[in-house]
Design a binder for this molecule. Structure first.
Ligand code: ATP
Length: 295
């Protein structure tokens, strides 16, 4: 069964990455969702404003007919809080995010934002509340300015620069031969992995989402850029609900809530201190990784 679903999984992941990266480009979502859209979007409404209180109530889901990928997941997050999803590969962290975005629907239970079942919110309006910073930064062949403006297409040049400053990207951009007019290639030749992250953060700051999805980079980035990234992320995460698929100990330690996911279940939850006191799985994991930066 695993072999059978592999191509689908890969395809879905590619889609997810693309969709996530181009959050805001609703046209792409529509292509993926066309069939589903017709059926249940009739019952859904456009929502203009959300505060970002998220609640999962007994959510179960499976991609196929096999055992549930997500089993009876319940948690709630208040506006402005950060939730770190932690756990081994395949545990179900991305699936939780996919459900939150309505890329898939729960088979049991429901997801609420500000008390509204998200199935009652059109996908298009729902996704307008999300912003993303992902490991793989999506760049396109255009200037740095346009690559940042992608976060909010009607932003002025001043707004683009202000976002870049908050994201700690301004100074490296100004050192490039053509500053904000420097042309990028799709693979970001000429700029580092860390600098790509800063561009992605600038884009998200410009987008100003209610709910931020952060898929942290696992690779080690040079210390100076890493500090800049952490600082920029703190600015970005401030006052918005953040879901982070977390790999950086620093991020996890600062999270309001850590959900330790294993085999589709929440096996431990709490903040860093309370989980350390428990002396359970999280605390073991932490002790093993102490001294390193990445989980
Ligand atoms: P990672 O840290 O590697 O990203 P994860 O915790 O995010 O892992 P998920 O990507 O949510 O885990 O995957 C949970 C399980 O669901 C895995 O067994 C995975 O193979 C499976 N899975 C994920 N996406 C699909 C899909 N589109 N179709 C079928 N199975 C899938």
């Amino acid at each position: 069964a695993r072999q059978f679903t592999r191509p689908l999984h890969d395809l879905a992941n590619q889609y997810n990455q693309l969709l996530s990266a181009v959050a805001g480009a609703e046209r792409v979502y529509q292509i993926l969702d066309e069939d589903k859209e017709e059926i249940d979007e009739l019952k859904a409404e456009r929502i203009e404003h959300l505060n970002g209180n998220v609640e999962f109530q007994n959510v179960s889901f499976s991609y196929g007919r096999e055992e549930n990928t997500i089993k009876n997941i319940s948690f709630s997050v208040k506006t402005g809080q950060t939730v770190a999803l932690v756990g081994p590969t395949g545990a179900g962290k991305s699936t939780i995010i996919n459900l939150l975005m309505r890329l898939y629907e729960p088979h049991e239970g429901a997801i609420y934002i500000d008390g509204i079942n998200i199935q009652k919110i059109t996908r298009e309006s729902l996704r307008s509340f999300y912003g993303f910073v992902l490991q793989e930064v999506f760049l396109f062949e255009d200037t740095i300015r346009e690559n940042i403006r992608f976060g909010q297409l009607d932003a002025s040049d001043e707004e683009v620069e202000a976002a870049a400053k908050k994201a700690n990207a301004h100074s490296f951009i100004m050192k490039l031969p053509n500053g904000y007019d420097t042309k990028l290639t799709e693979d970001g030749a000429g700029i580092s992995q860390g600098q790509k992250q800063l561009i992605s953060i600038a884009r998200a700051i410009l987008r100003n989402p209610t709910i931020l999805i952060l898929d942290e980079a696992t690779s080690n980035i040079d210390t100076v850029t890493e500090i800049q990234i952490q600082e920029a992320l703190q600015c970005l995460m401030k006052n918005r609900t953040t879901f982070v698929i977390a790999h950086r100990l620093n991020t996890i330690q600062n999270a309001d809530q850590i959900l330790v996911i294993h085999d589709g279940e929440i096996i431990e939850r709490g903040n860093h201190e309370s989980l350390l006191k428990k002396n359970g799985i999280y605390s073991n994991m932490y002790k093993q990784k102490e001294g390193t930066n990445v989980v």
